[in-house]
Design a protein around this ligand. Structure first.
Ligand SMILES: C[S@@+](CC[C@H](N)C(=O)[O-])C[C@H]1O[C@@H](n2cnc3c(N)ncnc32)[C@H](O)[C@@H]1O
Length: 225
């Protein structure tokens, strides 16, 4: 309780000699207890490399990264699962921060993420299946955030998703609203009510698409209009 001493805590002694805390002391005590109850994860921000816009890098804001990470972890609970993050390094970092034991592979073009050691696999969407054979059909949960909003880019990333998918894998695709029809056609995905956001404000409307009905999580699937 050294910290409390430093905060000049006052103790009033009333007529009956029963010590009571002054209102300032009580406030300081409450703040101290609140700090003690915070988990280390709450106190540490995930630090990422600077966005390189030439590589179409736009990092999720904290709420988005935590929401998607918690959904992925919910999908992993119950049975051993391997997760593949295609071009979404922020999600990788949040998953590892929330649950360091989760098995996650980051497929990324930017070699700065080699800092994640054997969890990093170099990936260029132009070569969608140029990946180690042991990755084939090995992932129960796959999250992809393609670098570009073109049909060609989504088609190639869809090829990578098929390459990586274990049977009945859970899929998440984070991309522009403009890809809605193509995402449904290529991968059977539907948009959720939860809207992802980025730290830098983007002009495009981004959506989270899934191949399973998340129920009440992620706000559920958007109803067809
Ligand atoms: C739209 S960002 C998605 C990042 C995500 N919002 C996040 O916060 O983690 C697209 C990602 O694609 C990666 N990228 C750029 N060029 C690529 C390429 N040729 N092949 C695969 N990924 C690429 C970028 O490095 C970036 O991480």
């Amino acid at each position: 309780m050294e910290e409390l001493a430093d905060r000049n805590v006052g103790v009033d002694v009333d007529d009956d000699d029963v010590p009571t805390l002054s209102s300032q002391a009580l406030a300081a005590l409450q703040e101290f207890l609140r700090e003690q109850n915070q988990s280390p994860a709450d106190q540490s921000e995930v630090s990422l490399v600077t966005e390189d816009w030439r590589l179409s890098q736009f990092w999720y804001d904290r709420e988005t990264a935590e929401t998607v990470a918690n959904e992925v972890l919910a999908l992993c609970s119950g049975s051993p699962s391997r997760v593949a993050c295609i071009a979404c390094p922020t999600l990788y970092a949040y998953l590892k921060r929330i649950d360091p034991s989760v098995s996650v592979q980051l497929l990324e073009f930017d070699k700065r993420f080699e800092q994640y050691g054997s969890d990093f696999t170099f990936y260029d969407y132009n070569k969608p299946e140029e990946l180690p054979t042991e990755m084939k059909h090995s992932y129960q949960v796959i999250v992809a955030d393609p670098p570009y909003l073109s049909g060609e880019c989504l088609e190639k990333v869809a090829q990578t998703i098929s390459f990586l998918s274990h049977s009945n894998a859970y899929l998440h695709l984070l991309t522009g609203e403009v890809q809605k029809d193509r995402a449904a056609e290529l991968l059977g995905l539907h948009p959720c009510i939860f809207w992802p956001r980025h730290s830098s404000k983007l002009g495009n409307e981004f959506r989270l698409f899934t191949n399973y009905d998340p129920g009440t999580r992620l706000g559920g699937w958007e109803q067809e209009k």
